[in-house]
Write a protein that binds this ligand. Structure first.
Ligand code: TYD
Length: 204
């Protein structure tokens, strides 16, 4: 089945909410309907994305918040140009694990202005059709992170995640739908299916 335009669906939320699993499940579901899906994630594995990943593992060191922000923006510019725009031009459904709302929340939590970050991104990055913002308590996230991984990245400290969460909570853009990630995965997935059936012209 071919859509008459591309759709950009973004997944956002603090670490450990299970959003990457739900990206996969929703992508599989849409493909099972015969739709063309492009799965992407940020940070990417391009030049800037790999620099960011090193920072995530090794810690921030003496890198300033402004410099860190510029790395995420450079990474996104590459992703928009090389992956997102071309897929949308082919009328695909792009399922994107993190986008500029993460930048506003995470780099905003370092003291930068979240609204300004959104404006800077919207100057070059296509606006999503829908943003699924996964919600949970930071304590719950930390539990999941600690039980599933050995190493904790510098980004996963509880106090920091609380600030990130507060900024995510403040967003009021109408493209955002909040998804409670606490229920079992099959319930969350069913919720997402209902959401996309409102958004996409799916076969009934
Ligand atoms: P990732 O390995 O994708 O974590 P997860 O699977 O939990 O999403 O790493 C993403 C990390 O990068 C995550 O801690 C959030 C952070 N991040 C930012 O700080 N700013 C951004 O703009 C993006 C896209 C991610």
């Amino acid at each position: 089945m071919k859509l008459d335009r591309g759709y950009l669906i973004v997944f956002e939320g603090i670490d450990g909410t299970g959003k990457s699993t739900h990206c996969r499940l929703l992508g599989d579901y849409l493909e099972s309907l015969g739709l063309q899906v492009q799965r992407l994630f940020e940070p990417t594995i391009g030049y800037w994305g790999m620099k960011i990943r090193k920072l995530l593992v090794e810690g921030r060191g003496d890198i300033s918040p402004e410099e860190e922000l510029s790395w995420f923006i450079n990474d996104r510019k590459e992703d928009v140009e090389q992956n997102i725009q071309p897929a949308l031009a082919k009328n695909k459904i792009v399922i994107l694990d993190r986008y500029y709302y993460s930048t506003a929340a995470y780099q905003g939590a370092l003291g930068l202005n979240p609204e300004k970050i959104i404006r800077e991104n919207e100057a070059f990055a296509p606006k999503p059709d829908r943003v699924f913002l996964f919600t949970t308590t930071p304590e719950h996230c930390l539990e999941r992170i600690q039980s599933s991984r050995e190493k904790h990245s510098a980004f996963e400290k509880l106090e920091y995640l609380k600030k990130v969460q507060t900024i995510f909570d403040s967003f009021s853009d109408p493209v955002i739908r909040r998804i409670d990630s606490i229920p079992p995965a099959d319930e969350v997935h069913a919720h997402l299916r209902r959401e996309v059936s409102d958004l996409l012209p799916l076969p009934k």
